[in-house]
Design a protein around this ligand. Sequence first.
Ligand SMILES: C[S@@+](CC[C@H](N)C(=O)[O-])C[C@H]1O[C@@H](n2cnc3c(N)ncnc32)[C@H](O)[C@@H]1O
Length: 192
Amino acid sequence: MCARKKVITKLLELTYPFHDGFVAVIFMKYGYYGQVASKVPPGARILEVGSGTGRMLQTLCGRAYGVGLDISKKFLLIAKERLKRCPFDLVLGTATNLPFRSDAFDAVVTFTMVHHLTDKEKDEMLEEIKKVSKLYLFGELDKSWCWTVLLLRLIGGKSVMRKEKLEEHGFVVEEWRDMGGFCLVAGKARRT
Ligand SMILES: C[S@@+](CC[C@H](N)C(=O)[O-])C[C@H]1O[C@@H](n2cnc3c(N)ncnc32)[C@H](O)[C@@H]1O
């Protein structure tokens, strides 16, 4: 793992009670996980990239099955405990090199994960996603003026989901919906 990824992973692990407690509980309260989960076709085999402590997969338990992949061993262990009654395997790995065969999944999901990547890493991840699935569903920080994004910029994170970026990689954006509050968008993109 490169130095930048190590620092981000360490920071996320250190601030884990804030993400897994405060932020995730607010996301649940406002139904943000549900808004993305509702786009997943029932019975689908899915991959969540950046599955963290398993909050998104927990929302999908009973609707889909598949794999959660994350760069943090600590988060995977927490997710394993949280998801012990759910049909998901958990894999240590990175978004920019997905260890799966072509079209292995019906859908790939990311939720508040893309903002941890540099622009180059986003390009690499979108190529990997395109390889393993036709359908990409996401919930992500969007507007560059929003306080969460400004905070991220201060700690070296860059940005956010952009329609143009998806289109550059051969996805057609079928849905793009403002989720409000934390300046999140939910979306659905399909490989051409
Ligand atoms: C804010 S958390 C969101 C977790 C989960 N999606 C949820 O909503 O509960 C972002 C997650 O992305 C993971 N992550 C960051 N960079 C990654 C990368 N390059 N490859 C895989 N996972 C990564 C982090 O370890 C963290 O678990």
